[in-house]
Design a protein around this ligand. Structure first.
Ligand code: AMP
Length: 398
């Protein structure tokens, strides 16, 4: 398999699939350029190695063909700035003779952006002929869009067949896949997963898959109360999914069978209102009266969770253990973050992924203390669920 570090880009046009699906305001200004910055190492490497980057991406969800509001034009100036003033041009389309001619003419140090891939429904349909036409714009294909790696689209997977010997991951995907494999393939033990967030229902497939891999599974956040209720506890007004009581019992049973240490809060910080100014008290997780709801883990539970985390060799964190957006209920998630940073200092590998835990890590300043932060939502979750990602498999030739 080719790698971006060793491939010879000299004199080649590198067709790079990136995820430049950035948010734009009503004046078409970029409000968060994280995704563009994430692709810079790959783009810069190719320029420095004497190659010509031809960038392809989608933006938004255009319905029927080209729509000006989904054009990639507003990104041109900003990409140039991010590349220290490099000349960045945009093609009027992503396929066709004119585009092909522009791609053939990208000078060393210049960058060409192709227009929004999703102006063609063939992109998401994974149409082979469309992929072939895209492939005419490059001599090699670099997949660096982990955010769409779980989709078998023309530019993210199908195109691979037109570059049998000239396809590779960009640095972003390479980093994501290597980091995720450190968790799912050959983890340092003990392996601890902390799954938080609001609901069991949205995490169930991952939890079931993780039960085959982890030594410790810490379940926190709103999920707690479905488990507490399943065991006959009183959860008051706490968030609880009655339809998932059976599921919760089954997870407990599976954990026992597989020898997984399941850690769920035994005490909670309860509030008489879903508000930062609510009255609060520490209660046993199974004795929450009506009118009260559990919104964070309690001190006894936090201590237990910290102890498990600090002894871990590998840690995966997905989802806060409390309503961290409100200061009053952020202590549990802060403590989890601190324990992960401590374990990482001692040599553990820690991966934080999934929108809310990333926000949490950034909000409390833990970002520098963890080993890897994954920014991919759906693709990350599917990888953890044990699914094959088409965008990864296509590069690996699986
Ligand atoms: P998710 O998107 O499923 O990861 O859920 C994240 C959300 O879960 C965050 O916005 C948290 O505020 C919320 N959350 C965490 N713990 C609780 C809880 N005990 N009750 C209600 N919501 C919670």
């Amino acid at each position: 398999m080719q790698t971006i570090s060793s491939y010879d880009f000299k004199g080649k046009r590198a067709l790079i699939r990136v995820d430049f699906n950035v948010p734009l305001n009503e004046n078409f200004e970029i409000t968060d350029d994280t995704r563009m910055r994430a692709a810079l190492p790959t783009i810069k490497k190719i320029i420095e190695a004497g190659g010509s980057p031809v960038i392809m991406s989608h933006l938004g969800r255009p319905k029927n063909g080209p729509e000006e509001k989904f054009s990639l034009k507003p990104l041109v100036g900003h990409l140039s700035e991010l590349l220290g003033g490099a000349t960045v041009k945009i093609a009027p389309d992503c396929i066709g003779d004119e585009v092909k001619a522009m791609a053939a003419d990208v000078k060393p140090g210049e960058v060409l952006i192709l227009e929004n891939l999703r102006f063609y429904k063939e992109e998401t349909a994974g149409d082979e002929e469309f992929a072939r036409k895209l492939s005419e714009n490059g001599d090699c294909w670099v997949n660096d869009a982990f955010g769409t790696a779980h989709r078998a689209h023309a530019s993210t997977a199908v195109i691979a067949k037109f570059f049998p010997n000239d396809k590779m991951f960009g640095y972003l995907i390479e980093g994501e896949v290597e980091s995720l494999d450190k968790v799912v393939k050959n983890p340092g033990r003990p392996l601890t997963a902390i799954m938080g967030g609001a609901k069991v229902s949205s995490k169930i497939t991952i939890i079931e898959n993780l039960l085959n891999k982890v030594d410790n599974l810490i379940l926190g956040g709103g999920m707690t109360y479905t488990f507490v209720k399943a065991n006959g506890g009183k959860v008051g007004d706490s968030i609880c999914e009655d339809d998932y009581i059976e599921t919760a019992l089954n997870i407990q049973k599976l954990a026992k069978e597989k020898g997984v240490n399941l850690v769920i809060a035994t005490d909670v910080l309860a509030a008489d209102n879903f508000s930062n100014d609510a009255n609060t008290k520490i209660l046993p997780a199974n004795e929450i009266p009506d009118g009260w709801q559990g919104l964070d883990a309690g001190p006894e539970s936090i201590a237990k969770m910290k102890e498990v985390i600090e002894k871990s060799g590998t840690i995966l964190w997905n989802g806060p253990v409390g309503v961290f957006e409100m200061d009053t209920f952020a202590e549990g998630s802060k403590a989890i973050g601190t324990a992960i940073v401590e374990a990482t200092k001692k040599g553990a590998f820690s991966l934080v992924g999934g929108g809310d835990s990333v926000a949490c890590v950034n909000q409390f300043g833990f970002a520098d203390g963890v080993s890897y932060i994954s920014t991919a939502g759906g693709a990350l979750l599917e990888y953890l669920e044990g699914k094959v990602l088409p965008g990864v498999a296509a590069v690996r030739g699986e």
